[in-house]
Design a protein around this ligand. Sequence first.
Ligand SMILES: *Cc1c(COP(=O)(O)O)cnc(C)c1O
Length: 396
Amino acid sequence: MADVSGFKAHLGTVLAGIEAEGLMKREREIASPQGGWVTVGGRRMLNLCANNYLGLADDARLIAAARAAEESHGYGMASVRFICGTTDLHRRLERRVAAWLGHDDAILFAACFDANGAVFEPLLGEEDAVISDSLNHASIIDGIRLCKTRRFRFRNNDMADLEAQLKAAREGGARFVMVATDGVFSMDGYFADLGAVRALCDRYGALMMVDDCHATGFVGPAGRGTPARAGVSADILTGTFGKALGGALGGYVAASQPVIDLLRQRARPYLFSNALPPAVVGAALAAIDIVEGADDLRQRLADNAAHWRAGLEALGFTLLPGSHPIVPVMLGEAPLAQAFARALDGEGVMVSAFFFPVVPRGQARIRTQMNAALTKEDLEFGLAAFGRAGKKVGVL
Ligand SMILES: *Cc1c(COP(=O)(O)O)cnc(C)c1O
């Protein structure tokens, strides 16, 4: 007999440790659609921490498209794609993603976490090398762990270090070399320097893989993301439907035909996990139609981000520099960031504090995120609340 009581006691100790360090995460229960304002515990709260960049999470056109796809194709697929889980809608969405983003083809996954978990192992072997930015998303780190490829790491956005790692990979005799980077680093809102990464990849004959979750839909011409913004093309692009593109779920890889064809044969999260439901696929098709022509929403988002940034700076907060709608308010130690988030909660503003191990020690922050659903009045409400909360916890 396993010592189940000992096991539970052990887990209790681990949880108590998390609590004692002030690192326990608690979830708020939203009783309304996701949006610029949400209802929590009977209170209306201004939401400044969703990835709902274009404000489409509760968009009536997406809800209608989801309903229509559910009416025509039913609720669930009850199958992986290759057995009997592929509908005409799935293939339409894959072709639509590929055409929009400028690749031969695309392949859908249940989430971008799965896409990143799937993409390395079938494509790269022991003879190859992958070079990963040190601030890459957890799913890229896990995906790389799952392959037998030689691993190199370069300091975040440090092109001299990337070049040193490319040289090391080449000198080590690697057959194929792939550089993997986020298009936007989500804790800081910094853009990867994709023009420079592409140039280095070309100089050293390496492939460039970009995860564009925090950019697709609202960065670059027609929302095509960070490669389009930089005027370059990624060899392999991954992304999500769970952020700007309606915020439901689903991920994809867009790439050349042989890459997609091989992933369909070998990618384990594709072969051994259920197909996306028709409602999600139908709404994702509608989301791309909306987003491709949504220069008005992108402009409003950019205006909101600039206004929000300027307002916080005028109040005296320390921000990280940038232009992305991720606007981190730097606070230093974790308890202060948490006290500030609680004070904002009291003001009717929903934010989330980020601290070690998600960001380095001493760099705890409130990561605010702008979206196109917010009005100037909403931003003024938020700025007034930040001002009062900042004074309350002593950062202003
Ligand atoms: C959100 C995110 C993911 C995960 O996307 P899901 O579709 O939610 O699984 C992967 N990579 C990056 C950079 C992200 O920001």
